[in-house]
Design a binder for this molecule. Structure first.
Ligand code: ATP
Length: 290
C-alpha cells in the first residue's frame, strides 16, 4: 500500500459540563460526544524523502509544524521511526475554530492512517495514548461514535449509538479560541449545568426527545454573552422545528436536532436567507467504527 484516503469527521457535544480546574491548568470535564457526517478528506502518500509535506485547500491554514496533522505525523515518526516520509493533502470542509474538533479529528485520522500505511501495528489504545499528547479530544476522534468523555476528555466510555436523526450545523462568522473560553469560565458562577446522567439514561433508552431535553453546555455562559448571534441562531432553530439547539464545544457553532429532514431543510433555507450563519449544513449522526 503506497497511499491511503481517510475521512476525518467532526464532532458535536450533546452535553458538556466542566467539573473543575486541575493544578496543571487543564479542566476536568464530563461530556457526551457525538460524531457527525461532516468531514475533511486526507490523502496520505508515501514519499522517499525523509520529510512531512502538507498541502491544504485553505490558504489561511498553516502547513508547517503548527498544523495538528504535521504534529501527528512527526509524533508518530519520533515514537515509531517509520522509514521515509509522507505527503499529506488536506481538503478541509469542517469549519475551522468552530467547536467541532476539526483539527483534532485530522490529527486522529493521521495517526490512524500512518499506522495502517506503515504497518506499525499500534493498538487503538496505544494510538489514543499518543493522541492525547496532541490534544484532549484526539483519543475520542480516534474512537468516534457516541461516547462519554471524562478526565480532560481522554477517559472514554463507548455508548450505544443515538437514534438516527437530522442535525443542522450552523457557524456564524466569528472565530473562538477554545483555550480563552475555558480560561474565562467562572466554574463556581455557573448556574445551569447539564444533567449528564439523565443524558446517559436517555441514550440507553434510545429516547431522542429525552436526549434533546437534557442537552446542555456550560461553556455557553462564556461564549454567548460575547457573541449574542449564537443565541439568535439557537432561537431561530427552535422557532423552525428543532427539538432542541445548542452550542457545540467552546463555540461558536450551533447545532439543532430535527426529527425529519423536511423540517430541517426548511430551517436550513431560513437560516441561509437570514445570514447570521454563513456555513449552514444538514448532516446526521455517524454511528462509529473504522
Ligand atoms: P475544538 O472543538 O477541539 O476546540 P475547533 O473546532 O474549535 O476545535 P480547530 O478547527 O481544530 O478548532 O482549529 C483551531 C485552530 O487550530 C485554528 O485556528 C487553526 O489555525 C489551528 N489548526 C492546526 N491544525 C489544524 C487543522 N488540521 N485543521 C484546522 N485547524 C488547525
Amino acid at each position: 500500500m503506497e497511499s491511503i484516503k481517510l475521512k476525518a469527521r467532526a464532532k458535536i457535544n450533546l452535553g458538556l459540563d466542566v467539573l473543575g480546574k486541575r493544578p496543571d491548568g487543564y479542566h476536568e470535564v464530563r461530556m457526551i460526544m457525538q460524531t457527525i457526517e461532516i468531514y475533511d478528506h486526507l490523502h496520505i502518500t508515501k514519499i522517499p524523502q525523509n520529510e512531512i509535506q502538507l498541502f491544504s485547500n485553505l490558504s489561511f491554514l498553516p502547513v508547517n509544524e503548527n498544523n495538528l496533522i504535521y504534529k501527528a505525523a512527526k509524533l508518530l515518526k519520533d515514537e515509531c521511526g517509520y522509514k521515509g516520509g509522507v505527503k499529506i493533502s488536506l481538503h478541509k470542509f469542517i469549519p475551522v475554530a468552530a467547536g467541532l474538533a476539526g483539527g483534532s479529528s485530522d490529527a486522529a485520522a493521521t495517526l490512524f492512517g500512518l499506522n495502517r500505511l506503515f504497518h506499525l501495528d499500534l493498538t487503538a489504545k496505544e494510538l489514543m495514548e499518543l493522541g492525547v499528547k496532541l490534544g484532549a479530544d484526539v483519543p475520542y476522534c480516534l474512537m468516534r461514535g457516541t461516547a462519554l468523555a471524562e478526565g480532560i476528555g481522554e477517559k472514554l466510555t463507548k455508548l450505544a449509538p443515538i437514534p438516527d436523526c437530522c442535525i443542522i450545523v450552523a457557524k456564524p462568522p466569528v472565530n473562538v479560541s477554545t483555550r480563552q473560553v475555558y480560561e474565562s469560565l467562572d466554574i463556581d458562577g455557573v448556574t445551569s449545568r447539564p444533567d449528564i446522567d439523565a443524558l446517559l439514561n436517555a441514550i440507553e433508552a434510545q429516547d431522542i426527545m429525552g436526549i434533546a431535553a437534557n442537552m446542555g453546555n456550560v461553556l455557553e455562559s462564556v461564549t454567548i454573552p460575547r457573541y449574542p448571534v449564537i443565541a439568535a441562531i439557537k432561537q431561530d432553530m427552535l422557532d423552525h422545528g428543532a427539538v432542541n439547539a445548542m452550542m457545540s464545544g467552546s463555540g461558536p457553532t450551533v447545532f439543532g436536532i430535527f426529527k425529519d429532514e423536511h423540517t430541517a431543510r426548511e430551517c436550513q433555507a431560513y437560516l441561509k436567507e437570514k445570514g447570521d450563519a454563513r456555513q449552514v449544513y444538514i448532516t446526521e449522526n455517524f454511528q462509529g467504527g473504522r
